[in-house]
Design a protein around this ligand. Structure first.
Ligand SMILES: [Zn+2]
Length: 346
């Protein structure tokens, strides 16, 4: 959920409340101001972050520490904490290229996740190809190598169980490093924000979103309200999967998948299943199409940068995850050649 990171800490917990009507207007203003972040471009030559002057300072944001870890912790896989306050040990890398997927914005180094998330993304990419006829899917942020809060873009995505998928189908060729940093996703929402743009939002999109929502481990999918509205109109046959599709700010270039805590992950703090029906009634969607939500007044002052949670505010075991040695991760490129994951794709 890009954009959410700018929220005051007290509001973050409200993001879990399924009733959008409870959300203060402030939220929409802040998020609208941030909604471009989904399309931040990267660089093929990212500069390493400078070392911290005082990494042991207890007041420092945990994001400063986790963003400086380039590889996962050499520990067995373990999910610690919640989507918005946690970390992950033993994360797996999403291979940056597969037959039916390509990972975007490699410079962000957020292509790490729980093995269940990685397996799910691979499976969904095959389904997008078979069901929607897409060459494949483009994958955005999953999590940092050890999860935790990030310097930019999200409040969630901290435990390797969230993933962003572009609403732009994968092109039918191998994208270069440059294209993966520079290419823009396609805006799916019409200019008046009241519905999708029928020139770009196709029946294939409905199938890709349906396939994702029908995965048993997927608990929630965040999309722009105009996309939710379109799905409500277009879904045929069994519509029970619509329950998992939640309208949210932004998400007009990509959708966000959140999976439940994996079985046996006793230190993962999940969320209850969605239980409020299809969410397609006029009342369910009315909030999102109010003029003050669609066209909020810009904030009088730019939002102040926030430190986010400190290491002490994350589960205690995240300190071990942070301090563990690097895992020796490798992945295979399209030709099956093993590449150390730090090396950029040619
Ligand atoms: Zn997201």
């Amino acid at each position: 959920m890009p954009g959410v990171s700018m929220l005051p800490p007290g509001l973050k917990s409200k993001l879990m409340i399924p009733r959008p009507i409870l959300l203060p207007l402030l939220l929409s203003i802040v998020i609208h101001a941030m909604s471009a972040s989904a399309q931040d471009k990267g660089s093929v030559d990212p500069k390493p972050l400078p070392p911290l002057a005082n990494p042991g300072d207890p007041k420092i944001g945990a994001k400063e520490l986790f963003a400086r870890k380039l590889l996962p912790a050499a520990m067995p896989t373990k999910v610690l904490g919640s989507y918005v306050k946690g970390c992950i040990a033993g994360a797996e890398q999403m291979p940056i290229t597969g037959d039916t997927w390509q990972v975007m914005r490699l410079s962000r180094n957020r292509y790490w996740g729980h093995p269940d998330t990685i397996a799910l993304l691979k499976r969904l990419s095959v389904k997008a190809h078979k069901d929607a006829g897409w060459p494949g899917i483009l994958i955005g942020d999953i999590a940092q190598p050890r999860g935790g809060p990030a310097l930019t873009g999200h409040a969630s995505h901290q435990i390797g169980l969230d993933a962003d998928i572009w609403l732009t189908p994968m092109p039918d060729h191998l994208l270069s490093r440059d294209e993966r940093e520079e290419m823009s996703a396609v805006m799916m929402v019409r200019e008046d924000r009241l519905d999708v743009d029928p020139k770009v939002f196709t029946p294939g999109h409905v199938l890709v979103l349906r396939d994702a929502a029908q995965e048993p481990s997927v608990q929630r999918i965040f999309v722009n309200p105009a996309i939710k509205k379109a799905l409500c109109r277009e879904a045929k046959g069994d519509r029970s999967w619509l329950t998992k599709i939640r309208p949210w700010y932004g998400h007009d270039y990509h959708f966000h998948i959140r999976i439940a805590c994996p079985p046996g992950a006793s230190e993962c703090k999940g969320q209850p299943d969605q239980r409020d029906g299809e969410g397609c009634g006029a009342k369910d969607l009315a909030y999102w199409f109010k003029d003050k939500i669609l066209h909020p007044e810009p904030p009088k002052e730019p939002p102040k940068p926030r430190t986010g949670p400190t290491l002490a505010q994350l589960p205690a075991a995240c300190k071990q995850v942070l301090n563990a040695p690097d895992a020796k991760q490798q992945h295979r490129d399209r030709d099956g050649v093993l590449i150390p994951s730090q090396l950029p794709l040619k």
